[in-house]
Design a protein around this ligand. Structure first.
Ligand code: FE2
Length: 277
C-alpha cells in the first residue's frame, strides 16, 4: 500500500556557499504548522542562516513568528549596542538604526562595521535564534556575513580536532560583566554535529593553557573560522526577514556610509546551555 505524506516540502534555495538559504512560499503572517516549523528548524541546522524575501511585518507579527521557535528575550546590552526599544511595551523588540561605529568591540574602525561574533556568547546560556527584519537598507554595504562553524570544525586536521575537542574557553565582552566558560567545541542539538565555538569579539583564553599557547591557538582558530570558504554574504533588500542559528554560525556586518540610514527590527529567542563535544 502506498502512503502519501501530507507534509508539503518547503521551497528551499541554498546559496552556493557554506551557509545560507532562501525559503519561499511561507506566509509568515499565518500561524506556522508544526511541519513547516520543523522544516525551518532543520533548514537553520543545515544552512545556519535563512531568509524570507518581500515580507511586510509589524512588530507583533515578527514577535509571533519568533515565538514559534522559542520564548523571546530582551538584549542585555541593548543600550551599549545602540538599540532602541520597540513601540509600546514590546521590550523584546529592538531597532538598530543610525548606528555609530561600534568600535568598542574591536580595532576595526570601518564605518558601520561590526566584527565577527555570535550573539550573546558572553552569557551562560547564549541565545539560540536571532531575527532581523530589514526596514531601511543603505544603497551600498551593511551586508551581513555568516560563517559556518560546523564546516570550519570539520575542515580542521584530525590531530587538531583531537587536541581541542575537550578544551574550554573563557568568554567576555565587557570587563564589567563576569566572564563565562564555554566549550571550545560544541554539539548542535538538532544536527548532532560538532561546531567550533570561538569568536574574535568574546573568546579570550583557553582554560588551563599557558597564555602564549592559548593566544596562538585562538588566533589560529579565529583566522580559520572566517576563511572565505566558510562564509556566505547576505545582501539586504527592504522586506527581508533574516533568521540565523547562533549555535553554529558567526556573523558580522560590513561597513556602510553612515550618512545613509540602515534600520533593522530585531527579535531573538531565549538561550540554552551549550552542549560540550
Ligand atoms: Fe549579532
Amino acid at each position: 500500500m502506498t502512503h502519501f505524506s501530507s507534509v508539503i516540502p518547503l521551497e528551499i534555495i541554498p546559496s552556493d556557499r557554506a551557509a545560507g538559504a532562501e525559503i519561499r512560499g511561507v506566509n509568515l503572517l499565518e500561524p506556522l504548522s508544526p511541519d513547516v516549523q520543523e522544516q525551518i528548524v532543520q533548514a537553520l541546522a543545515n544552512y545556519g542562516a535563512i531568509f524570507f524575501r518581500g515580507q511586510s511585518l509589524n512588530e507583533e507579527q515578527q514577535l509571533t513568528f519568533t515565538r514559534a521557535f522559542g520564548d523571546t528575550m530582551g538584549h542585555p546590552l541593548a543600550k551599549a549596542e545602540h538599540m532602541s526599544f520597540g513601540e509600546g511595551s514590546q521590550s523584546d523588540v529592538y531597532y538598530l538604526k543610525d548606528e555609530p561605529d561600534l568600535t568598542y568591540i574591536g580595532k576595526n574602525k570601518l564605518k558601520g562595521a561590526v566584527m565577527w561574533h555570535t550573539d550573546l556568547q558572553y552569557m551562560p546560556e547564549p541565545q539560540v535564534y536571532s531575527l532581523l527584519y530589514g526596514i531601511e537598507i543603505p544603497s551600498k554595504g551593511g551586508d551581513t556575513l555568516f560563517s559556518n562553524l560546523v564546516a570550519a570544525y570539520e575542515a580542521l586536521d584530525e590531530s587538531l580536532k583531537q587536541r581541542i575537542e575537550h578544551l574550554q574557553c573563557v568568554n567576555w565582552i565587557l570587563r564589567t560583566m563576569p566572564p563565562v566558560v564555554h566549550p571550545l567545541v560544541r554539539i548542535h542539538p538538532v544536527s548532532g554535529r560538532k561546531a567550533l565555538y570561538v569568536s574574535p569579539t568574546c573568546s579570550r583564553s583557553i582554560v588551563d593553557m599557558p597564555p602564549g599557547q592559548s593566544k596562538s591557538l585562538l588566533r589560529y582558530l579565529m583566522r580559520h573560522v572566517t576563511l572565505p570558504r566558510f562564509v556566505w554574504r547576505h545582501v539586504w533588500q527592504a522586506g527581508d526577514l533574516l533568521m540565523w542559528d547562533n549555535r553554529h554560525t558567526l556573523h558580522c556586518r560590513t561597513a556602510f556610509d553612515l550618512c545613509e540610514r540602515r534600520m533593522m527590527r530585531r527579535t531573538q529567542t531565549a538561550g540554552e546551555p551549550v552542549i560540550p563535544a
